[in-house]
Design a protein around this ligand. Sequence first.
Ligand SMILES: C[C@@]1(CC(=O)O)c2cc3[nH]c(cc4nc(cc5[nH]c(cc(n2)[C@H]1CCC(=O)O)[C@@](C)(CC(=O)O)[C@@H]5CCC(=O)O)C(CC(=O)O)=C4CCC(=O)O)c(CCC(=O)O)c3CC(=O)O
Ligand SMILES: NC(=O)C1=CN([C@@H]2O[C@H](COP(=O)(O)OP(=O)(O)OC[C@H]3O[C@@H](n4cnc5c(N)ncnc54)[C@H](O)[C@@H]3O)[C@@H](O)[C@H]2O)C=CC1
Length: 231
Amino acid sequence: MINEFFPVFLNLKNKLCIVIGGGKVAERKVENLLTSQAKVKVISPEVTLKLKKLAEEGKIEWERRVYKKGDLHSAWLVIAATDNPEIQKEIFKEAEEKRIFCNVVDVPELCSFIVPSTIRRGLLTIAISTSGVSPAVARRLRETLEEIIGEEYVLYVELMKDLRKQILNLNLSSEEKEEKLQKLALAPIPRYIKYRDFELLKVLIEKEGLTFPTEIFEKHFPNIFSKENEK
Ligand SMILES: C[C@@]1(CC(=O)O)c2cc3[nH]c(cc4nc(cc5[nH]c(cc(n2)[C@H]1CCC(=O)O)[C@@](C)(CC(=O)O)[C@@H]5CCC(=O)O)C(CC(=O)O)=C4CCC(=O)O)c(CCC(=O)O)c3CC(=O)O
Ligand SMILES: NC(=O)C1=CN([C@@H]2O[C@H](COP(=O)(O)OP(=O)(O)OC[C@H]3O[C@@H](n4cnc5c(N)ncnc54)[C@H](O)[C@@H]3O)[C@@H](O)[C@H]2O)C=CC1
């Protein structure tokens, strides 16, 4: 029976996450955790060059030794990434006892959480999981979606955040607000951004009685509007 995993986005900022093992897989998980600003501690007698460098730069803490029972004390999350099946089981056992979520990288059945394949576009995150059965499929799907969901989505989501705020501040009924939000979400705005069709986009936004937030565009494309003015 495959688990029906519960998808969540965790706020790990400054929270201690312990990674046991220091190979290629540990390295990938550590980089992921650092993206979320977690406080990372690696326990492993050997680590990759990259992990060593991160430790030297003070970006992670590295305890150069093997795992021992009790190490998980005060962690929020644990990743067991050693190449030793017995140790992996011991780590999972301690994590369960302490009620700490634990990812055992080589045994999907011993995972109280799994790590999805992830696409990040600024504020937008897309996470893909095959419930642990085929990481290669998760990766392949990520690569396919990355082509559809391009870098234009960084600006797009920032723009929609601004427009939503404007709409919510208008003196409209909740039905009217909902209608405007849905209408904007359906408009091909990512395409306008991708092809720099800013004039068309401006017309669309102003037609809805909203203000075109120039500063958001200028942040991504410095001087884009001033150059147009010079012409
Ligand atoms: C259950 C899970 C636990 C967990 O790690 O959280 C798990 C388990 C295992 N992975 C294995 C193998 C590989 N994993 C990758 C890559 C990734 N693995 C990731 C997640 C997960 N892997 C979780 C399930 C995710 C889901 O639900 O789909 C990704 C998405 C996220 C990340 O790790 O950061 C990241 C892709 C990131 C990206 O590029 O987008 C590659 C390389 C590749 O394909 O590039 C290979 C080799 C090819 C292959 O075997 O497929 C093996 C066999 C080990 C062996 O044979 O020794 C096991 C154990 C088993 O299955 O028994
Ligand atoms: N979940 C995933 O995405 C994937 C999982 N795997 C599996 O993950 C495991 C790790 O893979 P790699 O990083 O390539 O292995 P690796 O052999 O490069 O690294 C293992 C690390 O564990 C450390 N280690 C060994 N015993 C230890 C102990 N008692 N305490 C602390 N650290 C200890 C070693 O020093 C080494 O740094 C393997 O079992 C592999 O099959 C492999 C590919 C992807």
